[in-house]
Design a protein around this ligand. Structure first.
Ligand SMILES: [Zn+2]
Length: 366
């Protein structure tokens, strides 16, 4: 097996991030600052280092209540225009510092209305922040392009309204739509009206499916709702059997997902935390990569998982021996699957990603 690539090496590679939650990526110090500003009293600690550890441990605990509590704290401090601008700007800066050149940031506007903002004001504040972060990154010599994925909560009943909001802002920073939240008991077809509307509008959307819940959720998301990508989709592995002599056999749904090049937004550390995978080494991404599914690598919630995209790749490199060619393959997969126009995707692949990896490989060969 190759010597695994280190986080520092991978940080230099131009990377693409499709699945990253804005309310799951705050700096612990920002959570503390914002809580103090608004007089929020419920944080378990006001020491940023301790708080960072608390977020990771609560997410590792295997308890859904504690995991959800982490998001109660982050969304509680993201209720004003200034807070949203700051959090979005820092997200773009932090991702750029990690070598990410294109990122989609997702969040549910309906969770940021507690202090009187309208849905429109939320989207506009996040956009202002992302643009500010892009500019600060550029000033520091790093180029990142961002887009918003506006998310509806799957247990709520506002998906059509949120889908219309997303389409209204399609030329003002919103590149796609998503549904998130507890998968069990909330099948994607509950929101069929929203998805049918989005398709009539020629709009792009992904659906969190096949994480906590299995194949029926993936099947509904694809064949009833018509999603462009699968958020996680890790349970597609349930439709693949490996025979005694090691030959993989794909069921009809897995075959369809692979044949149609349906992008899978895989989030290894997050899946281990929520129990969707037993460990990084046993994560289905290994087999799905070997079978050449359209796999992408993502962070999901950088704060809760205490991770970055470079760290996710480094973990995969140690577990599966992935080298620069593999990391480039995941990256090109992600760029091909981005909710960005074809010519812009091509420009990033040929103008930024391939030259960036070529340089790293050239340096490694010397
Ligand atoms: Zn997610």
């Amino acid at each position: 097996m190759n010597q695994p690539l280190t986080v520092e090496q991978i940080r230099r590679a131009p990377k693409v991030l499709l699945h990253d939650h804005l309310d799951g990526g705050l700096r612990p110090s920002t959570v503390v600052d914002l809580a103090r500003e608004i007089g929020y009293k419920d944080l378990p600690t006001y020491d940023p280092a301790e708080l960072g550890v608390w977020f990771r441990e609560a997410s590792d605990s295997g308890s859904l209540e504690r995991y959800l509590e982490t998001f109660a704290h982050t969304t509680a401090v993201m209720q004003t225009r200034d807070a949203l601008v700051r959090v979005a700007a820092e997200a773009a800066e932090d991702l750029a510092a990690d070598g990410v050149v294109y990122a989609e940031q997702r969040y549910a506007p309906e969770q940021h209305l507690e202090r009187g903002l309208t849905l429109e004001e939320v989207v506009e504040a996040v956009q202002e922040g992302l643009e500010l972060g892009e500019k600060r990154a550029a000033d520091a010599g790093r180029s990142i392009r961002t887009g918003q994925l506006v998310t509806a909560m799957r247990h709520a009943a506002r998906s059509s309204e949120i889908a219309e909001l997303a389409v209204r802002y399609r030329d003002a920073g919103v590149s796609g739509f998503d549904i998130a939240g507890a998968e069990a008991g909330n099948p994607p077809t509950r929101h069929l009206d929203a998805f049918e509307y989005l398709r009539r509008e020629n709009f792009h959307f992904t659906i969190h499916a096949g994480e906590a819940f299995g194949l029926p959720s993936i099947w509904e998301a694809l064949q009833w709702c018509g999603c462009d990508r699968l958020g996680h989709g890790v349970r597609i592995i349930d439709d693949i059997t490996v025979t005694e002599n090691g030959v993989p056999r794909l069921g009809r749904l897995a075959q369809y997902v692979r044949d149609k090049r349906v992008p899978l937004e895989m989030c290894p550390s997050s899946n281990v935390q929520t129990g969707a995978a037993a460990s990084i080494a046993e994560h289905p991404i290994g087999l799905l990569h070997d079978l050449r599914f359209r796999v992408t690598v993502n962070t999901d919630n950088r704060l809760q998982s205490g991770t970055t995209l470079s760290e996710e790749f480094a973990r995969l490199s140690s577990a599966f021996g992935y080298d620069w060619d593999d990391i480039q393959w995941f990256t090109v997969n992600a760029m091909k699957s981005a909710f960005l126009s074809f010519d812009e995707r091509l420009a990033l692949i040929n103008g930024v990603i391939k030259p960036g990896f070529a340089q790293l490989k050239w340096a490694a060969d010397r």
